[in-house]
Design a protein around this ligand. Structure first.
Ligand code: UT7
Length: 330
């Protein structure tokens, strides 16, 4: 009989740049205030990757290095690198290719996944499937975004939310029942009109007009997204609990996408989880898009124990959303 292979998370990495933008800094740029931002979103500050010649790959490289260091492997032992991002260094080649080059990773293939704030869950599910197939032994999955590259710092409705950051995991085969256990992923392209970036793609390539129109920045209808996010993330997390016969007591941690503290609270409440079981770091980093979930895992790493059930949940542009159940392996 063939033993079932699961994809266990065997190492973590996280990285944020040093430079900060606080609510007080934003008060000088747009008509806003610390009290509004904190009560409406839960954010106090965000990290920003400054410096010419720095892109999302510069957030991913330290994450992959940390993962290798923690696991005691060399980058050349990685079989595949998947990078979830909406802010790739360039349209092509993929950021994964650029990172492999920067780290001298010669034995891996790699690609990017674009699913906005749900990017890490989409990439984790994909990476897990590669490991479960038995064909790949070491798959690194990173969520990373340099959101400051697409934020309009004169738009108070978006500039207060986003920040730069990255986190990632190493996936390896396991035959003891640890790792990625289940995943429910969803999408609805009809939501695209509420959250997107108009310019820079094949539909509206960069031109003087697109730059003048500010088409290379995030466009978000906050209230509409909020409405879908609040129900979408809570419903899918609850569905995952039901499908796996999990009671609130069976779950050690909810690891939610950090878009808005109010969306996180609604999800925890639907799942019947107290705040002590919810990983929250939005206050320090804002919304780092594909980076939020693995950055939470990295920040809370000392509080996760072998055998813990974690529910990872996200909602974002696309619309894309989903929830993933992970049994912690170490
Ligand atoms: O991760 C990707 C997915 N994205 C999300 O999940 C984001 C979802 N949306 C949200 O988190 C929230 O909608 C926002 C944080 C973007 C906005 O919060 P809100 O509670 O929905 O605010 P609102 O848009 O309903 O605006 C309320 C008021 C308005 O003023 P009036 O019309 O009531 O006078 C806005 O003009 O707040 C005003 N406002 C601000 N005031 C101070 C909007 N932005 C600001 C601001 N500072 N930065």
């Amino acid at each position: 009989m063939r033993t079932k292979i699961t994809a266990a998370i065997t190492a973590l990495g996280g990285f944020v740049p040093e430079d900060k933008i606080t609510n007080a800094d934003l008060e000088k740029l747009v008509d806003t205030n610390d009290e509004w931002i904190l009560t409406r979103t839960g954010i106090k500050e965000r990290r920003i990757l400054r410096g010419a010649g720095k892109g999302t790959s510069d957030l991913v490289v330290p994450v992959v290095q940390l993962i290798c260091e923690k696991r005691g492997i060399s980058p050349s032992e990685i079989d595949c690198l998947i990078v979830a991002t909406v802010t790739p260094d360039m349209m092509f080649p993929s950021t994964a290719n650029i990172v492999c080059d920067k780290l001298g990773i010669k034995n891996a293939w790699g690609f990017d996944i674009l699913a906005a704030c749900s990017g890490f869950l989409y990439a984790l599910t994909t990476g897990a499937a590669l490991v479960e197939s038995g064909r790949y032994k070491r798959v690194v999955v990173v969520g990373a975004d340099k959101m400051s590259s697409i934020v309009d710092y004169s738009d108070r409705t978006t500039c207060i939310i986003f920040g730069d950051g990255a986190g990632g995991v190493l996936l390896e085969p396991n035959i003891e029942g640890y790792g990625v256990m289940d995943s429910i992923l969803k999408s609805d392209g009809a939501g695209g009109k509420h959250l997107h970036m108009k310019g820079g793609g094949s539909l509206r390539p960069a031109s003087i007009e697109t730059v003048t129109n500010k088409d290379h920045y995030i466009y978000q209808e906050g209230q509409a997204v909020f409405k879908f996010a609040v129900t979408g993330m809570a419903d899918v997390s609850y569905e995952l609990m039901q499908r796996n016969n999990l009671e609130p007591d069976d779950i050690a941690w909810l690891v939610p996408h950090q878009a808005n503290k109010r969306i996180i609270d609604a999800t925890a409440s639907r799942m019947g989880l107290p705040e002590e079981k919810v990983m929250i770091n939005i206050v320090n980093y804002g919304n780092t898009t594909a980076g939020t979930i693995p950055l939470c895992l990295w920040d809370f790493r000392k509080k996760i124990n072998k055998g813990d059930n974690l529910v990872l949940a996200a909602f974002g542009g696309g619309f894309t959303w989903g929830a993933t159940l992970v049994k912690w392996a170490y």
